[in-house]
Write a protein that binds this ligand. Structure first.
Ligand code: SAM
Length: 332
């Protein structure tokens, strides 16, 4: 037993906090998670004030001193391989950054649920934000079934965008939404924001320009028995006329070009509605440039905005971050 710091969280929130701690690099892998009947005790490394604030947005927890057992040393891909391999797992498919047969074999040996290993041949690209892959090991396919926050998603990694790395952000936004709210998800993909929110009772309009994403989104709505969602194939730029002053929340998850749609999003928002805006920003100016875009858009419409929150969603590339800005729109 070793005495160290931990996060005391309700059992129902354990996985959410564990995942976020791992993303923040603050989860102590050398110690075992502890528990009592109601709570889990998650062992942590040093927690910066920013990381602590980030965790507070997920829900309640206490910082505690506790006795944690040493974790047994699990077999890991890194240990088998003798070096690090960069990969992510979506359903039963592992996506490797590099075309590397040895790494693929190590992943399949350690992650028993992985049936396919593919390697990305391109960056996420084009209007539909998709990638091309090459098969490396296991069953040859790019389709899978992925579970996130209790919902199941059919995914075709080559035909429509999906990353599990936004899971925590999706839950953060979903928790801000009340059951009788109206929400427009302008860039919905296969539905991981829209369906999670509709599941919580809100009325959702979900839009995507990619016909394959829309096909999967409709299938995912059926798969999870979710109604209360209107699914549209089309250009989000055309939504303002039909949905003017319509939404309590507008989600703009198209980080590279969301700025081009800011005025449309502000028109869709009701007076007092909230826009969740995403961007890719450089380390040296995380929020300034995009706050200026938001201000510009608002003043072109004669509206006022109030910034509610700025935060980092994840690191995107060296010195580049995927950021989120939540702001309230006040109409003239
Ligand atoms: N929100 C989803 C998620 O979390 O997985 C998907 C996000 S993905 C970064 C952006 C999506 O916007 C893609 O599915 C793409 O096809 C769609 N898209 C791009 N331009 C669009 C436009 N002008 N109107 C509607 N959808 C668009």
């Amino acid at each position: 037993m070793a005495h160290s710091r931990g996060l005391k969280v309700h059992r129902s929130q354990g996985e959410t906090f564990r995942k976020r701690l791992v993303e923040l690099g603050a989860f102590d892998r050398d110690r075992k998670i502890g528990s009592d009947e109601v709570h889990l005790y998650l062992p942590i490394l040093d927690l910066s004030p920013e990381a602590e604030e980030d965790l507070r947005s997920l829900g309640d927890f206490d910082l505690v001193e506790a006795e944690f057992e040493e974790a047994e040393r699990r077999e890991t891909v890194e240990k088998l391989l003798g070096s690090r391999a960069s990969f992510e797992v979506v359903g039963d498919v592992a996506i490797l950054d590099d075309l590397d047969g040895e790494a693929a074999a190590a992943i399949m040996a350690v992650h028993r649920n992985v049936r396919t290993v593919i390697s990305s041949m391109t960056a996420v690209e084009g209007e539909y934000r998709t990638r091309r892959f090459r098969h490396v090991a296991g069953v040859e396919k790019t389709t899978t079934l992925h579970k996130e926050h209790g919902l199941r998603y059919r995914i075709d990694l080559e035909k429509a965008y999906f990353t599990p790395r936004l899971g925590t952000e999706r839950l953060r936004v979903a928790k801000l939404i009340k059951p009788d709210d109206v929400v427009v998800d302008m860039f919905a993909g296969v539905g991981p924001f829209a369906l999670l929110i509709a599941k919580r009772g809100a009325k959702v309009v979900a839009v995507d320009k990619n016909p394959e994403a829309v096909r999967l989104l409709k299938e995912n709505a059926r798969l999870n028995r979710i109604d209360g969602i209107e699914i549209l194939e089309g250009d989000a730029a055309d939504l303002a006329e039909r949905y003017e002053n319509f939404a309590d929340h507008v989600i703009m998850n198209l980080p590279h070009t969301a700025r081009d749609f800011l005025k449309v999003a502000m028109r869709i928002a009701k007076d007092g509605g909230i826009v969740h805006y995403y961007a890719i920003a450089p380390e040296e100016d995380l929020y300034g440039r995009d706050m200026a875009f938001v201000e510009e858009g608002a003043s072109a419409l004669g509206a006022m905005i109030r910034i509610l929150r700025c935060g980092v969603v994840r690191s995107y590339a060296p010195h580049q971050y995927n950021i989120a800005i939540d702001f309230e729109v006040h109409k003239p």
